[in-house]
Write a protein that binds this ligand. Structure first.
Ligand SMILES: [Zn+2]
Length: 399
């Protein structure tokens, strides 16, 4: 056999293994005959690949299926406890972790407070936490496919360094490498909104949706964009910075140097600030449900709005109006079939969805506006941590 052929057949074997593994993930349980039929491989070739996957510990035989004449076929499925992945989401004052198994099930979920949120300190804490939980769960490190990281910042498309994460005060931080050196496992780093988009695409509202945008609204506002079924990160990795779309030329100064960016009006912090101002102005009757709260939280405003408080409802409606303007630009530019709104928006989305939809329909062109479904994420706060955990699985399954 020539060298070239060997190389080629190794490539083909790896390709077929990944393909069959994903086929079983999608279908949950298949027989060897099913696999042969679905792949077009001969029964012998399909059987050989299945044996190799069983040997590597990814698959197991589990009972027999329906007979289509003759012997009942042995069914194959992903082997529980064979491989795992970990996702971590870095926030300003805490890191949230999810340990996921090969079947995509959450095995363990925890978070850890950050005393020092500089990159090296976070990498040390993350490595310690991961080692501790693996030991507690009696999972050997070599069963871990890798670590996915979600950061609230811009990640360079090529080098995967964190270019800028303003809320964390990180600038040009090679956080992925820092963690990889400590944990000695594959590490994949992603922008938070893109991690959420990966989650929505894998298990959420955008399964089998090719062109969609996932917008996360909390202390910052960012979007994860999928086009043609693939993440769109842009030339330098900064695609999706929708928080800096200017929606009010005369608005407040933003950290980016502009005035009236979406983030300066619709971020959760800004909505809370406005509520605090209303209370200080003495408009007690308008926000009486929350006037006695020492520190106003979004949940206080949403509760007040739900119980019919007009001032509180007005704050959320106003935010939704500006969000609608920004979304109409995205609808016109990218013509997505779906926009999913996540994170803090999940808490009040149902209250303002009509306003939001009305503004998009008024501001965007008719055709792309008619094409787009706008929905509140059903996953919410955990989407980016889940998405981070899904990244190593996506690589294993080649999807
Ligand atoms: Zn800005």
């Amino acid at each position: 056999m020539t060298k070239g052929k060997t190389g080629n057949s190794k490539f083909l074997k790896a390709y077929n293994e990944t393909y069959i593994l994903n086929l079983i993930r999608v279908n949950k349980s298949l027989s060897r005959a099913d696999i042969s039929k679905a792949t077009g491989l001969s029964p012998t070739a399909a059987g050989g690949i299945v044996s190799s996957l069983i040997e590597k510990g990814y698959l197991c035989e589990n009972g027999t299926g329906e007979s289509k004449g003759g012997r009942r076929p042995v069914m194959l499925e992903l082997k529980k406890n064979s491989r795992y992945s970990i996702g971590l989401d870095v926030d300003v004052d805490s890191v949230t972790f999810i340990l996921m198994d090969i079947k995509g099930r959450v095995v363990f979920e925890w978070s850890s407070a950050l005393v020092d949120n500089r990159p090296a300190a976070v990498a040390s804490l993350a490595a310690e936490e991961i080692e501790r939980v693996l030991s507690d769960c009696r999972i050997h490190k070599d069963k871990l496919l890798g670590i996915g990281i979600s950061v609230p910042g811009m990640v360079d498309a090529e080098t995967r360094r964190v270019v800028l994460a303003p809320n964390l005060s990180w600038e040009d931080a090679d956080f992925g490498r820092m963690l990889r050196e400590k944990i000695e496992l594959p590490v994949y780093i992603e922008n938070e909104a893109m991690a959420s988009a990966i989650c929505e695409n894998w298990i959420g509202a955008c399964k089998s949706v090719d062109n969609f945008i996932c917008v996360n609204i909390k202390s910052g506002i960012g979007a994860g964009i999928f086009t043609g079924g693939r993440p769109y990160r842009g030339t330098g990795g900064s695609a999706g910075e929708v928080g800096h779309i200017v929606v009010d030329e005369n608005g407040l100064a933003c950290g980016c140097g502009n005035h009236g960016c979406l983030e300066t009006i619709v971020s959760t912090g800004r909505i809370v600030e406005k509520a605090e101002k209303l209370i200080k102005k003495g408009l007690k009757s308008q926000l009486n449900e929350i006037e006695n709260v020492s520190k106003v939280r979004l949940s206080n405003i949403v509760d007040a709005a739900r119980s019919g408080n007009q001032a509180a409802g007005g704050l959320l409606e106003e935010a939704a109006g500006y969000l609608g303007i920004a979304l109409s630009y995205l609808v016109n530019t990218l013509n997505p079939s779906k926009i999913v709104l996540g994170k803090d928006f999940v808490v009040y989305g149902d209250l303002v969805m009509d306003t939001l939809r009305r503004v998009v329909d008024r501001k965007a062109l008719k055709r792309p506006a008619a094409n787009v479904e706008i929905a509140v994420s059903e996953i919410g706060e955990r989407s980016s941590t889940l998405g981070a955990a899904i990244i190593p699985l996506k690589i294993l399954f080649g999807s």
